[in-house]
Ligand binder design. Structure first.
Ligand SMILES: Cc1cc2nc3c(=O)[nH]c(=O)nc-3n(C[C@H](O)[C@H](O)[C@H](O)COP(=O)(O)OP(=O)(O)OC[C@H]3O[C@@H](n4cnc5c(N)ncnc54)[C@H](O)[C@@H]3O)c2cc1C
Length: 412
């Protein structure tokens, strides 16, 4: 087996087709088989599309509910909400992201100090540790941009607990190569493996578990038998509750589309006065560019959204370019608008760039309006506690989001 999924066309149509093809498997079969890292469609392969909102969580949840109902699809629905849980946690505790950047610098410094560690790192990223499973997953990740969830868990555990490598370097290695690489889901999953997400609770990969769930493909030897948790100081900020702007723009706007949200047709009302559209190049993490595969996927996804908006808002100019003031200020001026509207970008490189850009544009008379989605406004506050706090609210969230077939919409 080389990979679960052989192709990843980076279009919304391909994402919707993948959802359609997976729907029959999203019910009890998913609950029974999702932990098996094997070829059969045990999981959806929707993550690269969901991560960029080429297909939205609402669309996925509504389709799965209509097909299976809430009880049979409970496990799959939970997993989709895990994404919201992690996104909400990072929004509420953005210091996790800055700590990750610090841990990266410290990890790199540890390699510089310790030649044996540096050799282990070089072997790990080249897939030549001699641990059959890890070496194969490195190759699979490089070749396909995807790993099954269970393989990601085992990978992170072997990286940290068996090889003793700095966790942040592993997180960065994965993030740069995953088509679904996501600041929240990736960083928080790695933190979970090393005992920082749920303080004191780590994840330890065991050879028998790997053999069982890869159905005999791997039988790794020499794995760590314990996983002592890492510790960190308490966070300075307890919780940053962002006041999310849910009000559609009133006057004419320049629509700015970033990699963070590629479904503007469900972000803006159909009658929004879009004067022009700017689709911006993906923003890379400082010093950590993503793989060619990820960049190609992202570029194709940006081309796809550019093609779609041309159909939705015909006769409006659509441009591609970098996310900077020298591009956007003249674009707004040419369109005759002073407001740029964009989807609220969660914590990560795009958000950091927008934070720098906003005052630069303001100085040139242009305001950026970051329009949030109701889905995020409703789910992110539940990133605060453990997942169970969110899980018990899922039935109410499905009502509030008007996702159940024939459900009565309720107010916020
Ligand atoms: C170390 C590690 C790193 C990870 N890095 C990322 C990442 O960068 N980006 C990312 O989207 N996911 C990440 N995950 C979570 C999970 O592995 C992927 O979302 C999942 O494997 C994607 O495959 P799928 O779409 O077939 O999932 P399915 O099982 O079909 O699930 C459907 C959707 O639910 C969401 N989901 C499922 N499992 C999780 C989970 N554990 N946490 C959060 N959301 C979930 C995803 O959006 C996924 O597309 C990571 C997990 C681990 C253990």
């Amino acid at each position: 087996m080389s990979s679960l999924f052989s192709t990843w066309p980076a279009t919304r149509a391909a994402g919707l087709a993948r959802l359609d093809g997976f729907l029959p498997h999203a019910g009890r079969a998913y609950a029974a088989r999702r932990n098996h890292a094997v070829v059969a469609p045990t999981v959806s392969g929707l993550s690269p599309y969901l991560r960029r909102r080429m297909v939205t969580e609402r669309e996925v949840l509504a389709s799965v509910l209509a097909r299976h109902g809430e009880t049979a699809a409970e496990k799959f629905i939970d997993e989709v909400f895990w994404r919201a849980h992690f996104k909400g946690r990072l929004e509420g505790q953005p210091e996790i992201w800055t700590r990750y950047q610090t841990a990266l610098v410290q990890g790199q410094a540890a390699l510089d100090r310790d030649p044996a560690l540096a050799r282990r790192y070089a072997d790990a990223v080249a897939g030549r540790t001699g641990i059959d499973a890890l070496d194969a997953w490195v190759g699979e990740l490089e070749a396909t941009g995807y790993l099954h969830n269970h393989a990601r868990m085992w990978f992170a555990s072997i990286w940290t607990h068996t090889l003793g490598l700095p966790w942040a370097l592993g997180a960065a290695f994965m993030h740069a190569r995953l088509l679904d690489g996501d600041p929240a889901a990736n960083t928080l999953s790695w933190r979970w493996v090393v005992g920082l997400h749920t303080p004191g609770k780590t994840y330890l990969a065991r050879a028998d578990n790997i053999a069982r769930y890869t159905e005999g493909r791997f039988q790794p030897k020499g794995l760590a038998s314990d996983a002592p948790p890492l510790e960190e100081p308490p966070f300075a900020e307890t919780w940053a509750s962002a006041a999310l702007d849910l009000t559609p723009p009133e006057g004419p706007v320049l629509l700015l589309i970033t990699e963070e949200d590629l479904h503007p047709e469900s972000l803006l009302p159909a009658d929004a006065a879009v004067a022009a559209i700017q689709v911006v190049d993906a923003v890379e993490m400082q010093g950590r560019p993503r793989s060619d595969l990820v960049r190609a996927f992202t570029n194709e996804a940006l081309d796809d959204v550019a093609a779609r908006v041309r159909l939705i808002w015909p006769d409006r100019p659509v441009h591609r370019g970098p996310l900077d003031a020298d591009t956007l200020a003249p674009a707004a001026s040419a369109a005759g608008v002073s407001t740029v509207v964009t989807a609220y970008a969660p914590v990560g490189p795009t958000r950091e760039r927008l934070d720098v850009l906003a005052p630069q544009l303001a100085a040139r008379g242009v305001t950026i309006k970051r329009l949030a989605r109701r889905y995020d406004a409703l789910t992110w506050p539940h990133g605060r506690g453990g997942f169970f706090g969110l899980k018990k609210r899922i039935p109410r969230l499905l009502d509030q989001l008007d996702l159940r077939p024939n459900a009565q919409p309720t107010l916020l």
